[in-house]
Design a protein around this ligand. Structure first.
Ligand code: AMP
Ligand code: MG
Length: 408
């Protein structure tokens, strides 16, 4: 059986970057930039005041102090959105509001708290240094500089940066369309009352949310019974998808039909079975240009194999810089025994004590126990050749996204 790493490499080798498209700024949120962004102008565009106060020539105030105010003539006022167009002369001050352009000739702002105005005279009780409370043009974003890079994901901060550069349309990478099909004759759609010997389909929901979170465009194909004709008919609807995910029907049972059906439709099998727990019976192949993931039906196995194989695939298609998950070192709080041969991925919560992370399993670890995913912070990884670990031993933990496991 191949390892997680070998299998992931085979998958990623076959994932190709997608083309760009242009979208309105707000629709670029959580999308990946398809081109570098350079600043077309300075932000802020001109030198401006960081305080409400008075724009002054610092030389005029070299004798000013708490007990020795200097009086200047107030020759104007600039509110945000306007400007003082004359040059500030000796002995003059301009009343100025935060964000307003610095008048020519002025080289410092004295905050209003250190002043006292009567009529058109102001007493200033502070000796400013040149540049005090002045924001320089371009101090945030400098004209011509590389500001955001291709491959970066646009979050709220990047939306703000793009907006402040006046960019209303953004080139982002197209999202992969991801068909999702739950298979199993025991599955029942939500909405009807539960039939005897049936269970509700939960994988379509977890996988759809994971696909969205990773940056894909899910297409939910619903449920198919363990029936060759029905599976073939539904799978024919996946023509314009880049990724096809099925859940269930990939093990050794009499009604595990996915491999046979997919091969019959023309899928080239790349691998079946990976030395991991949960998720061992996963199959992966290529069907024309589509990447096909046959995930095991157990709800935890399908979620975990999505995170191990499909999220990195989507990230690669989107051209993201970091494709693989983040890992941290932690200390296990428990003894854990395991059989040799497979890599175990245990759902754990993490606590930080004195600068170290401690990992504790979230309860029963059966691959059908979705409750173990809820509130987990990560997956504790115990290697293939390990027979287990003792409490106090160092372990590696793969971090899971909060949007997948929720917050505690
Ligand atoms: P399978 O991989 O088809 O052998 O299914 C393994 C286990 O997962 C069985 O107990 C199934 O009932 C369960 N299962 C399969 N598909 C789903 C699904 N979509 N939602 C919830 N449980 C499922
Ligand atoms: Mg089944």
């Amino acid at each position: 059986m191949i390892s997680l790493e070998q299998a992931r490499e085979k998958v990623l080798d076959r994932a190709k970057p997608l083309a760009p498209e242009e979208v309105e700024l707000l629709f670029s949120w959580r999308r990946v930039l398809a081109a570098d962004i350079y600043a077309g102008h300075n932000v802020p565009p001109v030198d401006n005041s960081a305080m409400d106060g008075y724009a002054v020539r610092s030389v005029d105030l070299k004798d000013a102090g708490p007990d020795t105010p200097v009086r200047l003539k107030v020759v104007g006022e600039v509110a945000a959105g306007s400007a003082y167009t004359a040059v500030l002369g000796a002995g003059e001050a301009v009343s100025i509001m935060t964000g307003s352009p610095i008048p020519k000739g002025a080289d410092a702002i004295v905050p209003v708290e250190y002043t006292n105005q009567a009529e058109n005279r102001v007493s200033l009780y502070l000796r400013p240094h040149p540049g005090d409370h002045i924001r320089q043009a371009g101090e945030d974003l400098k004209q011509g500089n590389l500001i955001l890079q291709k491959g970066q994901t646009i979050a709220a901060a990047q939306l703000g940066i793009l907006a402040s550069l006046g960019i209303s349309r953004v080139k982002v990478v197209k999202r992969p369309r991801i068909a999702i099909l739950a298979t199993g004759s025991e599955l029942q759609a939500l909405g009807a009352s539960a039939q005897e010997n049936h269970i509700y389909n939960s994988n379509s929901y977890t996988l759809t949310a994971q696909a969205l979170d990773a940056g894909g465009e899910p297409l939910n194909l619903g449920i198919a019974a363990d029936d060759i004709a029905e599976l073939e008919q539904i799978l024919a609807k996946t023509q314009d998808c880049q990724i096809l995910i099925t859940s269930g029907g990939v093990s050794m049972g009499k009604y595990d039909l996915m491999q046979e059906v997919l091969k019959g439709l023309g899928m080239e099998l790349v691998f079946w079975k990976v030395a991991i727990k949960p998720g061992k019976p996963i199959l992966f192949g290529r069907w024309d240009e589509k990447l096909v993931f046959g995930l095991p039906g157990n709800p935890v196995a399908s979620m975990v194999t999505f995170e191990e194989f499909i999220r990195p695939t989507i990230y690669k298609m989107l051209g993201k810089k970091q494709i693989l998950p983040d890992y941290i070192e932690a200390i296990s709080t428990e003894d854990i025994k395991k059989k040799l041969g497979r890599k175990h991925l245990l759902r754990v919560s993490l606590t930080l004590k004195e600068g170290r992370f401690y990992a504790t399993t979230t309860g029963q670890q059966g691959s059908g126990m979705l409750s173990s995913m809820s509130g987990a912070d990560g997956l504790m990884i115990i290697p293939e050749d390990s027979a287990g670990i003792n409490a106090g031993e160092k372990v590696t933990v793969q971090l899971l996204n909060k949007s997948v496991v929720g917050t505690r």
